[in-house]
Design a protein around this ligand. Structure first.
Ligand code: HEC
Ligand code: HEC
Length: 306
């Protein structure tokens, strides 16, 4: 509970709290004894609505007792629970412990279900409507921020429904991707290509690989550069390399946009898309369900649940 930067703040809380409780107690004591018996019931000389008279009487006992009760409740609370500076309370309650307790309960409840699916093959899990539904819930919670709640992705974040894979759509590859993450490394080529004109030429050649009509002279100049600088990762035909996450450049599916401006940007400045690892964060059982869900998206099984 050493949340304070100095001992001062500890006492800054304890002293006014305890002083406040004592002050309230003294005030109540004073209220119940302040009026001498011989003064009780005498008129104070205040009259309202012609005949409503104020008498000098102490607070009713039950009313006072309610105040005492709240005081004792407050003291009991501060003894049992954290509240007085850094004093942790006799019950040892913490919000972290409470959270852990709830997590433990959830694990005990859902753990067997998760382990049942964890023992099954991903393709078999993807066949199970309940498992797909659980996977979808996990996806919306943990993956939708980047891939979208419909898993269609956004610029820089791949669409997971389209059967076009950077790293491969094999169930075990998908699981590997989610467990350990991925990092796509596309170097910057502007300098090697001799500036913007060189980038434009290669872009022209990349477009020609996808069967587009292009400026042939520029594409020819670009081809030469492509064959030296790009084949290693994107392949001679431009179909990419899933071991490196180098995208297929011929299929008109673009991770970073397919306009001339975007493609030139990708080539000139490079790209570095990062898929974070989830092994530690979610654990293997949940990732297994997620892999099955993502796999089911690409096979169209998911529509059965809707
Ligand atoms: C912080 C953003 C982020 C989060 C969160 C995230 N991803 Fe990703 N994911 C990415 C990026 C970026 C890539 C592409 C990496 C690259 O460009 O090389 C990717 C790639 C993937 C791929 C590979 C796609 C392919 O074409 O091979 C899969 C599968 C995937 N993510 C699934 C998931 C799942 C399931 C979750 C939830 C557990 C998740 N991602 C959470 C950003 C994210
Ligand atoms: C070291 C391997 C490597 C080399 C060499 C390489 N690339 Fe890439 N390239 C990649 C990777 C990996 C990505 C995906 C980056 C990501 O996921 O963030 C990529 C992405 C791209 C993209 C964006 C594709 C999209 O879908 O938006 C284009 C365009 C591209 N590369 C063109 C080229 C060209 C042209 C060259 C040669 C001048 C080249 N690359 C050389 C690895 C490489």
């Amino acid at each position: 509970m050493a949340d304070f930067t100095s001992g001062f703040w500890n006492w800054y809380i304890i002293v006014p709290t305890v002083a406040g409780i004592i002050a309230c107690f003294l005030l109540l004591r004073w209220l119940s004894t302040a009026i001498k018996p011989e003064e009780q019931g005498k008129e104070l000389g205040h009259v309202w609505d012609e005949d409503l008279v104020e008498l000098n009487n102490p607070l009713p006992r039950w009313w006072l007792n309610l105040f005492y009760l709240t005081l004792f409740f407050g003291i009991g609370y501060l003894v049992l629970y954290p509240g007085l500076g850094t004093f942790p309370g006799m019950l040892g309650w913490t919000s972290v412990g409470r959270y852990q307790q709830e997590v433990d309960i959830a694990d005990a409840k859902y753990g067997p279900l998760f382990s049942k699916y964890a023992a099954m093959d991903i393709v078999a899990v993807a066949d199970d409507a309940v498992a797909r539904h659980m996977g979808e819930r996990l996806f919306v919670n943990y993956c939708a921020t980047c891939h979208g709640s419909d898993a269609r992705g956004a610029r820089g974040f791949p669409n997971l429904r389209d059967n076009d894979w950077l790293y491969g759509g094999d169930p075990t590859v998908i699981e590997q991707t989610i467990l350990d993450g991925r990092s796509g490394v596309m170097p910057a080529w502007e300098q090697a290509l001799g500036g913007e004109a060189g980038v434009a030429d290669v872009t022209e050649y990349v477009y020609s690989l996808g069967g587009r009509k292009v400026d042939q002279a520029a594409a020819d100049r670009g081809q030469e550069q492509y064959q030296t600088l790009c084949v290693a990762c994107h392949g001679a035909e431009g179909t990419g390399n899933q071991a490196l996450g180098a995208p297929n450049l011929t299929d008109n599916v673009w991770l970073y946009g397919g306009s001339r401006k975007r493609v030139m940007e990708s080539i000139a400045a490079g790209r570095n898309g990062v898929m974070p690892p989830h092994r530690e964060f979610l654990g293997e059982d949940k990732v297994h369900l997620l892999a099955a869900y993502v796999y089911s998206l690409s096979t169209g099984q998911e529509s059965e649940t809707e």
